[in-house]
Design a protein around this ligand. Sequence first.
Ligand code: AMP
Length: 533
Amino acid sequence: MATARTKSTKSPSPTKAPSATVPAKPILPVPSEAPRAATVALLRGVKDVLPSEQTYWSHVRTLVETIAQQYGFSRIDTPVLEDPSLFRRALGSSADVIARELYAFTDAEDGAVALRPEGTAGVARAYIEHGMANQPQPIKLWYLGPMFRFDRPQAGRLRQFHQFGLEIFGELHPATDAELLTIGANCFRRLGIPITVQVNSVGCRVCRPPYLEELEGYWKAHRTELCEECKTRMGSNPLSCFSCRSEGCRALHDSAPQLVDWLCEECKQHFIRVLEYLDELEIPYALAPFLVRGFEYYTKTVFEFLPVSPDGTPAGASPLALAAGGRYDTLVESLGGRPTPATGLAFGLDRIMYKMREAVSDGRLAAPVAPTPTIYLAQLGDQAKRKAMRLYEELLAQQFTVASHFAKDALKAQLEYATSLNTRLTLILGQKEVIDGTIIIREMSSGIQEIIAYEKIVPEIRKRLEQEAVRESRTEVLAPATADGADGQPEPERGSRWRRRPLPEEDPEAEDPPDESAPEEEEKPDAAEEVEE
Ligand code: AMP
């Protein structure tokens, strides 16, 4: 209940604290004579995610989590550390990620350990180990976390990066592949990142071996034109030569035998059905006959989401994929489980974040904004500070989002901070309010403030936030000309105790940090009286 209403535009300057109770300003440490220790730098290929980037990360995390839930996926978290043999068996020893990029080491107990280079193998292990094959299929799982590859650090290639992944176990139907492609396309549409989808089929255990023989023969016939790396890997993993970016090797790709021409009838029909679903769902795609993906576990459909320019033209000569995946019908079996068809998709979140920041700086995308606290709690004087510290905890316990700076003494600085945070309400406690058992509540959008009984503060905040929510929903429904007042601000409700008034001018005297050398001041009068002066 309001006990008084401010009448003046002057700041409700709650009383200053007596100087004796004010703690001294923090003193900076005296520089020591000893030389400063060398700083420890970040390792190559890894990144700090700074507070300024967190809004992007939380925006993307929230969006992908929402989408995963909408499509019926359940979250799974598997460890970052796994037995290296899991990845060797799943991805194949000749895959670049295993042969050159796996972080594998021996721990203090001589145990073989690897940092996971991708998410699918661990999730498949968990699927087998926790008997998920015995539950009704399909099992739809999603994960999000860091992955590690000893890659050559460069733009878009990190040694620790983050993936959001979706896996569907126990479903062979081509509609499942199309479902994942649709989810991927939806994610990018909702993120505002233009992409193109590239699709191919890498066949199965039946049709791939004769094709690999043919391909190896082709590389051998062009041995002299291949780079040194491809010369060594064409025997063990002839498909991996398609990932080579060197000019000489790339010139050979176009005339190499294409896997689609070697597909068995089952793989061919599966691929045709996937493409038909994509046409039906109006997901634009391009056939990519040399898209093979690097891992041995892939069968049938494989795909990549590549960034494009806003006008749909390719983004650079060989853009890095933002997401990729495909079907892996033999993986569960190869890890000791029963034969289980499966398909998955993994998003590279660091690359997505980079694309978002690029779009924001080009003005194509609005920067995601951090949620701001609803309430700011300001205090003036030591007694008020103590009471405010208790109130702060009470408000948090009541689920309000509250900001405060108890280390700050000047009211002006606190109110400026409240304004910069864009809080809806500011609560102000001064010495007099403490004595009177009151508190000032200020509506930040209008600058109107009232003094209310301290014990009423929680219901009062709730009521005002609810009123504001109602006003906002009405404003959304009504045309702005009807909803707004002459100055473009929403009219206060009829009978409301609120009156629109400009933010009161602060009394600079009231905000100066207390001068410890000055004699103790008399406590100032009631903040409301001061405002009424
Ligand atoms: P993959 O597990 O290789 O199929 O990769 C899936 C996605 O993870 C890729 O499309 C990239 O967006 C991302 N990714 C893979 N490797 C890296 C890396 N070294 N640095 C950053 N992102 C990566």
